[in-house]
Design a protein around this ligand. Structure first.
Ligand code: MN
Length: 129
């Protein structure tokens, strides 16, 4: 297991914080600033998990999730939406688009990695706890 996480996020500060927290735990992070780049990098790097912002330019996170699910090698890759949308129904919309789960922004640095590791089959955190 290469412990690579693809991070699709257009906001540089959010990308920086998430990357910092994940790398601190030992994950390798592949950053993508938009959905099209994310889809290309998902195909080439085959990440262990995909963190997906919903508010993105060009393609929104729902469209990206649908596209990822249509790719054979990514059919079973966990996709976790990260979004500031807190409206009822958005969680369902994420799941309908193919996401496995949902994390709300702003991310909490104390719990972020643990929240993500719930979706990983063999998280680094398990080995260290
Ligand atoms: Mn965004």
């Amino acid at each position: 297991m290469n412990h690579t996480i693809l991070l699709v996020e257009d906001n540089e500060q959010n990308r920086y914080l998430a990357t910092f927290l994940l790398e601190q735990r030992g994950y390798r992070v592949t950053p993508a600033p938009d959905g099209l780049t994310g889809i290309e990098l998902a195909k080439s790097s085959v990440p262990e998990l995909i963190l997906l912002d919903i508010q993105l330019p060009i393609l929104d996170g729902y469209q990206v999730a649908q596209a990822l699910r249509s790719i054979d090698t990514l059919r079973n890759t966990p996709i976790v939406a990260v979004t500031s949308y807190a409206m009822p129904g958005d969680r369902e919309k994420c799941l309908d688009a193919g996401c496995n789960g949902y994390i709300e922004k702003p991310i909490n640095p104390d719990t972020f990695v643990a929240e993500i590791e719930r979706f990983l089959p063999s998280p680094i955190g398990e080995e260290r706890r």
